[in-house]
Design a protein around this ligand. Structure first.
Ligand code: SF4
Ligand code: SF4
Length: 392
């Protein structure tokens, strides 16, 4: 089927997606030339609407390559999450162009490893660490997080010599909601059986969202939708009606960790949903518009992200329920990066939940960014698919 898809016109012009990192960098450098400051972020909790409303460009800093890990391990312990090691290695080797282009960096108190890594880089650039409350059901949690967002505003105003207007923030809130609704239109295609897009194309669309304003993204989604409609009309799909449909959950899966997504397709499955914040999670968020306190509205929306650093993290189960109902997976693959204790411990709960409530198998894959476990992962994914086949 993959061979048949080679004859299908690409969903997005190759020139548009060729080397997404280069494209993103060009976008950031152009913005810089136009006088916009750049703010590096590491996590989904960074309130990007606030950054944009101050005329700055938020950029996700590099963090998912095996290549930078040896340099990091000269200082950091080897048994640390590869994402933290890779982030640090990118900075140590001056290999993150986005970091080099950043005027300021934002971190959050999410997991211990990240927090301590931020201490090692904070002297290199103006860095602000947001104090993220981690008991989402606590009554005071929103007030506390709003205070952190307000402090961030003060830091950015001072560092970037700019100021925030409530109108501008409101406009950015509308822009995010608009883009998230458009993304939702694209996600609707992932519910199709067979699915008309590959995991790589899902990531391409997500990458292009980062470098598009609302109007540009609207144009892109219109074009993509009509190409997908055409594919569906011509019966050009990935896999077949009976290909195992997989919801990938867990730690962020980007860069070298994409090997898991690739193996799923190579083993004959299709990726129909990606729960992680590198995938779809953040696009389901809606920010309250026209509120009397837009800063609070932004704080509320970011705080609703169900990361495993939260306890209890009931919202992740609720999100999985919605995603399972919408995208009809046959199984869940929960990806845990080595030494990510929060996602690793939570994985037990996730497995029990999807098995008990939805009757779906759940395979936990612990991995890092190396290539060493590719064949082992392949064997386990193939065994999962064989079991699904036997149950039919
Ligand atoms: S998984 Fe959690 S800590 Fe990691 S980037 Fe996403 S929101 Fe941030
Ligand atoms: S994957 Fe886990 S350990 Fe790694 S940075 Fe994210 S929350 Fe921290």
């Amino acid at each position: 089927m993959q061979a048949a898809m080679a004859a299908v016109p690409p969903l997005i012009e190759n020139a548009q997606i060729a080397d997404p990192v280069r494209r993103f960098l060009e976008y950031v450098l152009n913005k810089r030339e136009q006088g916009n400051p750049v703010v590096g972020v590491y996590c989904g909790y960074a309130p990007v609407e606030l950054i944009r409303a101050m005329g700055a460009v938020p950029v996700s800093l590099c963090s998912a390559s095996q290549w930078t890990i040896p340099a990091a391990e000269a200082i950091l312990p080897a048994n640390l999450c590869p994402m933290i090691k890779s982030s640090f290695g990118f900075i140590r080797t001056n290999a993150c162009f986005f970091y080099a282009a950043s005027d300021a960096v934002i971190g959050e108190t999410t997991c211990d490893g990240k927090k301590k890594m931020f201490e090692l880089i904070a002297h290199l650039k103006p860095t602000f660490i947001m104090d993220l409350p981690q008991l989402p059901d606590d009554t005071e949690v929103l007030d506390r997080w709003r205070k952190s967002v307000l402090k961030l505003q003060g830091f950015l105003e001072k560092t970037l010599q700019t100021s925030l207007s409530a109108d501008r923030l409101e406009a950015e809130i509308r822009e995010t909601n608009r883009k998230n609704r458009l993304m939702d239109r694209f996600f609707a295609y992932l519910a199709c059986r067979p699915i008309p897009v590959s995991w790589r194309e899902i990531y391409d669309v997500i990458t292009l969202e980062h470098v598009a304003n609302g109007d540009e993204f609207q144009d892109l989604i219109e074009k993509i939708s009509s190409s997908i409609d055409q594919r569906i009309a011509l019966g050009q799909c990935f896999g077949t009606f009976s290909s195992p449909r997989i919801l990938v959950s867990g730690c962020p899966v980007g860069g070298d960790a994409c090997k898991v997504l690739q193996i799923i397709e190579e083993a004959g499955g299709v990726v129909v949903a990606m729960e992680a914040c590198s995938g779809m999670k953040n696009y389901f968020v809606r920010i309250t518009e026209e509120s009397s306190d837009p800063l609070r509205a932004v704080a509320e929306s970011t705080l609703s992200i169900p990361c495993s650093c939260m306890t209890p993290n009931r919202r992740r189960l609720d999100l999985l329920d919605k995603m399972i109902a919408r995208f009809s997976p046959d199984a869940v693959i929960d990806v845990v990066l080595h030494a990510c204790h929060a996602y690793n411990v939570e994985s037990h709960k996730i497995r029990k939940h999807v098995q008990k409530k939805h009757g779906l198998p759940c395979l936990k894959i612990e991995t890092d960014y190396s290539k060493g476990d590719i064949e082992q992962i392949r064997t386990r994914v193939e065994a999962l698919f064989e079991n699904l086949e036997l149950k039919k």
